[in-house]
Ligand binder design. Structure first.
Ligand code: PMP
Length: 463
């Protein structure tokens, strides 16, 4: 019943115009299919995935990639002077062997190594993209999604960590002066990416269950939903949220809240950026359905990350969303980093995901428990918090301390305990903030316990 015809959102419809104002002119798309007239024969011979490209520019780029790939599949009699890639015989490494935590090994033989050290497609290497698409279908299965080339409504692109995906999505969609909604406090990396774009960041209140729908409704009541399509409307077109194990709050949105936020996004025709790097670090089963899984009309752009579940240094993330937008992210990647490291991607494909995933979740869950029992032991009378059900952070309100900046940046350092003062995560960091963020990812339970003992002394001294 949820399945409805695909209606491009306002943000999607105006995206071409937005892109023209960005420095990345390569994004320019004419939205027509004139290239079909230019080369009808060639067009008919192309695989469907290329025919679904929308613009002449991107068509040309894809054609180049296609010809390049084709050259490698050609009969030996073909002499190709077309490719601009370096000769893999000059690359320095011949093979590699990796030992996994369970003692098993995995090797890159000579041909895999040559491939791993070579350029690859901007969208990601095909095996990884295919695996990620299956993962998204299995985990989220959004009602409006079809990965078939005919419908092509949703797509996916590998990024260098989810941070790259986020930045490129923001650059693509945000114009100076736009109103952008986000829960505050929020991830400082998001604030750092959005602030230079000259948009107005509008705070939506959140609590231990994430963004509060009533607060969102209240903020949006400044605009009439009937007017949001009027030219010049200042109604926000974008909402950003971290649905699980929020950074810095550790908060996870309930299913009910997600549904309410999604409905408001429909009413005001907004896109939602669902930044979910802690999705794989949810401690309790069943995992809450994502916003993407509720997406009946392709208004969710989801950024995923393997940083917390696999390795942060491998830098693997992926953007999933409406195909026209993901294509533009891909073009931006083509014009900037070209692609996420092939070596990293090849390595990532061969990691057996689930067993290690379970071990990692267990580890963080036990770390969370250790932090909770130390908090109960030392901070009960001097602070307040909510136990996180995902992620790696505890957001602690210090009683009787109006602003934690000085306490944490000066006195705590003297006492040799480091935490992050809450102001860093606020849209307006000049306002006093009584919170601190404590991570349970890196320290041992003994260190966490000692850190909270020191913190409790500091709070009592400062009160
Ligand atoms: N979003 C949030 C909320 C984060 O906490 C982080 C990492 N700290 C990122 C995005 C970026 O993660 P990565 O680029 O490593 O995937």
């Amino acid at each position: 019943d949820l399945i409805q015809p695909y209606t491009p959102t306002r943000a999607l419809r105006s995206v071409d115009q937005n892109l023209l104002t960005l420095p990345h002119t390569r994004f320019r798309t004419r939205g027509d299919r004139s290239f079909q007239a230019v080369a009808p024969r060639l067009w008919n011979d192309l695989p469907l995935s290329l025919r679904s490209m929308e613009s002449v520019d991107s068509f040309k780029k894809q054609l180049k990639t296609y010809l390049f790939a084709h050259a490698f599949r050609s009969p030996p009699s073909m002499i190709s002077l077309a490719g601009g890639a370096p000769n893999p015989n000059t690359f320095p490494f011949r093979s590699a062997s990796f030992t996994m935590n369970d003692g098993s090994t995995f090797s890159f033989d000579e041909s895999l190594m040559k491939r791993a050290l070579q350029y690859s497609a901007s969208t990601g290497i095909p095996e990884l993209v295919a695996w990620m698409k299956k993962l998204q279908r299995d985990l989220h299965n959004p009602p409006s999604v079809s990965y078939s080339p005919e419908r092509g409504q949703m797509d996916l692109c590998v990024t260098t960590g989810s941070q790259e995906g986020l930045c490129k999505v923001f650059e693509m969609l945000v114009n100076p002066g736009d109103n952008v909604l986000l829960d505050s406090p929020t991830y400082s990396g998001t604030l750092a990416a959005l602030q230079p774009l000259g948009c107005n960041l509008i705070n939506v209140a959140s609590d231990e269950h994430g963004m509060v729908p009533a607060a969102l409704k209240e903020v949006l009541s400044r605009w009439d939903p009937a007017d949001v399509h009027q030219p010049g409307s200042t109604a926000p077109r974008l909402l950003y949220t971290i649905p699980n194990g929020g950074n810095p709050t550790g908060a996870s949105m309930t299913t009910q809240r997600k549904q309410e936020v999604y409905e408001l996004a429909r009413l005001y025709d907004m896109l939602i950026i669902e930044d979910d790097p802690y999705f794989f670090l949810q401690f309790d089963k069943p995992w809450a359905p994502s916003l993407l899984s509720m997406d009946v009309d392709a208004r969710i752009i989801r950024t995923d990350s393997f940083s917390k579940i696999l390795s942060s240094g491998l830098r693997i993330g992926f953007v999933t969303g409406p195909a026209p937008l993901v294509k533009r992210v891909e073009l931006h990647i083509q014009a900037s980093t070209m692609h996420t490291s092939t070596f990293t991607q090849v390595r990532c494909v061969s990691v057996w995901f689930s067993p290690s995933c379970r071990r990692v979740i267990e580890f963080y869950s036990k770390q969370r428990d250790a932090m909770m029992s130390s908090a109960d032991k030392w901070l009960k009378d001097v602070a307040e918090w909510h136990a996180p059900s995902a992620g790696m952070f505890l957001w602690i309100k210090l009683k009787g301390i109006a602003d934690t900046q000085q306490l944490i940046m000066e006195k705590a350092i003297e006492k040799e305990v480091l935490m992050v003062p809450g102001g860093v995560f606020m849209i307006d960091s000049s306002k006093p903030c009584p919170y601190v963020r404590a991570a349970f990812s890196l320290s041992t339970p003994q260190q966490i316990d000692e850190a909270f003992r020191r913190l409790s002394l500091l709070i009592r001294e400062a009160q």
